[in-house]
Design a protein around this ligand. Structure first.
Ligand code: NOJ
Length: 558
């Protein structure tokens, strides 16, 4: 039977205070993971020269801005999220001159550049930390980190029960300059990533100066790593639970999402506002609820925060509708745009997540049904790009790349894989270098090899293979982003209009458009809501009705 679409429910549009409008409110922002995007010098590792050479590709893809994961001087214990010098480029990625060239070239092409800022922790090779260790207990530099004596008769037990996000205790014991066991220091991530003590004024001053350094270099914004982690609860109290993993993301923790972090971002915002142009702060803030995420984007704090609740939602109409509503509702009162994100460098690519049964989380080690995953991923992208707010695209998702689930253990580099004894931490699978050409060394990634092995099937996913190919995932992204640009109504505003739709189907109204999404595994016939504009898979309109194929999204103009 044909199902009718009617229009009963409108979202209420409470007047929001605050944020001025800017390019970022409905921007499509592309994440470049520099190690794996393009290798300019043939050493098997991506670099800034490689990124610069590929900027025209990103301009043609139609994105507004590029966010680059860290490229600073770093021993690479956590792929650059362990920074030894915040004002220097790691030689593996190039030089400051290369960064300058990249920023200028991007601006000439109409692209904005967002860099990653890592303020929760430094590398253990940071000058401050090296000196703090060398100077021993009582060193003033130790106060810039969290050094504590251990518990137990000889200080042999960690100062509290916190665990590292990568597994194991969040504390490592030092050895004093005379060779005896000494104090412990806190690291919420790997031992090579000691946490800063943000109560110390020198830490705050240093980061204000780092912000200015990069703003002076011309960047358009910062993605703030672990934005929820900088402030720890007074006295570093025990968690009192051995199931930290269960609590993470569900509760405010003594080391995450403490209210004190907001003062830091208010101070940063005043710095950004001093600069000309429209520069932005983006929070990587894992919080228990979207309402708490909204705290990071109040009018005098950051501009955007990643919507991890959306990223974690299964391919299910009811669940998607609920998270879209709760995300928009949470952001409306603070006047910040909602963001939408499906993949990044920390989670299994959404093609592979959707290829597997729901409920497996965001670190998956099985390939699942690849064809199904790709069909759903394409449909999910068209839904994401029809939502009001800003959307993030992770490099390679425009090629429909799956996660590489069968990397040999010897090839893996993710510290979380080793810390968790291979039980978790499959982040290397989404970091495999991008294929640009059908054939050739590392499929055009560079003139040499690739730091993680690429599967033999990679050539078929390449930019070369998909460019100009009707129905390819790359051409779908190009068409969808171009359509969104031509019709600003698609990304604008803060509301969606839900239209009645059969179970398992979403129908949402946007200014001048309707987007229909069939999340079920079977075709569903509905009234055609307008003129077919774009679809994630083949669709045939039959007079006034249309059969929406399984796992397919269609955009209509009305
Ligand atoms: C979040 C980053 O996205 C991730 O890659 C990194 O391991 C942690 N923060 C620690 O910096």
């Amino acid at each position: 039977m044909t199902q009718h679409l009617a229009a009963p429910s409108t979202g209420t549009s409470a007047e929001a205070p605050g944020h001025p409008t800017g390019w970022w409110q409905d921007a499509v922002i592309y994440q470049v993971y520099p190690r794996s995007f393009a290798d300019g010098n043939g050493d098997g590792m991506g670099d800034l020269a490689g990124v610069t050479a590929r900027l025209p590709y990103l301009r043609d893809l139609g994105v507004d801005a590029v966010w680059l994961s860290p490229f600073y001087a770093s021993p690479q214990a956590d792929a650059g999220y362990d920074v030894a010098d915040y004002r220097a480029i790691d030689p593996m990625f190039g030089t400051l001159l290369d960064a300058d060239g990249l920023i200028r070239e991007a601006h000439d092409l109409g692209l904005r550049i967002i860099v990653d800022l890592v303020p929760n922790h430094s590398s253990d090779q940071h000058e401050w930390f090296k000196r703090a260790l060398a100077e021993g207990p009582g060193s003033a530099l130790r106060e810039r980190y969290h050094f504590r004596p251990g518990k137990g008769t000889d200080g042999e037990l960690p100062p509290n029960d916190w665990e590292s996000i990568f597994g194991g205790p969040a504390w490592t014991r030092t050895t004093d300059p005379d060779g005896t066991p000494g104090e412990w220091y806190l690291h919420l991530f790997a031992p090579e990533q000691p946490d800063f003590n943000w109560e110390h004024p020198a830490v705050a001053d240093e980061f204000r100066s780092i912000l200015r350094f990069w703003l002076d270099m011309g960047v358009d914004g910062f993605r703030v790593d672990v934005a929820h982690g900088l402030v720890k609860a007074e006295g570093l109290p025990d968690l009192g639970s051995h199931d930290q993993l269960k609590l993470l993301g569900n509760d405010v923790m003594p080391f995450f999402d403490q209210d004190g972090v907001h003062e830091i971002y208010r101070s940063w915002r005043t710095i950004l506002d001093e600069y000309p142009g429209d520069r932005i702060l983006v929070a990587e803030a894992w919080t228990p609820t979207v309402e708490r995420t909204a705290n990071y984007v109040r009018p005098d704090e950051m501009h955007q925060a990643f919507n991890f609740q959306y990223l974690s939602t299964a391919w299910d109409a009811a669940e998607l509708r609920a998270v879209i509503d709760s995300s928009l509702d949470a952001m409306r009162p603070v006047g910040a745009p909602t963001t939408w994100v499906l993949s990044n460098h920390d989670v299994t690519r959404h093609t592979t997540r959707f290829a597997n049964p729901p409920g497996l989380g965001t670190q998956i080690r099985t390939p699942g049904d690849g064809e199904l995953g790709l069909r759903r991923a394409r449909a999910a992208t068209l839904l994401m790009l029809a939502l009001p707010g800003s959307a993030y695209v992770y490099q390679g998702e425009e090629l429909g790349l799956p996660d590489v689930t069968d990397l040999p253990d010897e090839a893996r580099q993710d510290p979380s894989f080793f810390r968790a004894e291979g039980q978790d931490g499959f982040r290397d699978g989404c970091r495999v270098p991008i294929p640009w050409t059908r054939e050739g060394s590392s499929y055009g990634f560079g003139a040499g090899g690739s730091w993680l092995p690429q599967p033999g099937s990679w050539g078929a996913y390449s930019v070369e293979a998909q460019s100009g190919t009707e129905g390819s995932t790359l051409e779908l992204y190009r068409a969808a982003i171009a359509t969104r640009r031509e019709h600003p109504g698609l990304g604008a505003g803060t509301d969606v209009l839900w239209l009645d739709a059969p179970e398992g189907v979403l129908a949402l109204g946007r200014p001048g458009f309707v987007c229909t999404v069939n999340t079920t595994g079977a075709p569903v016939r509905i009234d055609a809501p307008g003129r077919l504009l774009l679809s994630s898979g083949p669709v045939a309109v039959d007079g006034d009705t249309v059969e929406l194929p399984a796992d397919t999204t269609v955009w209509w103009t009305v």
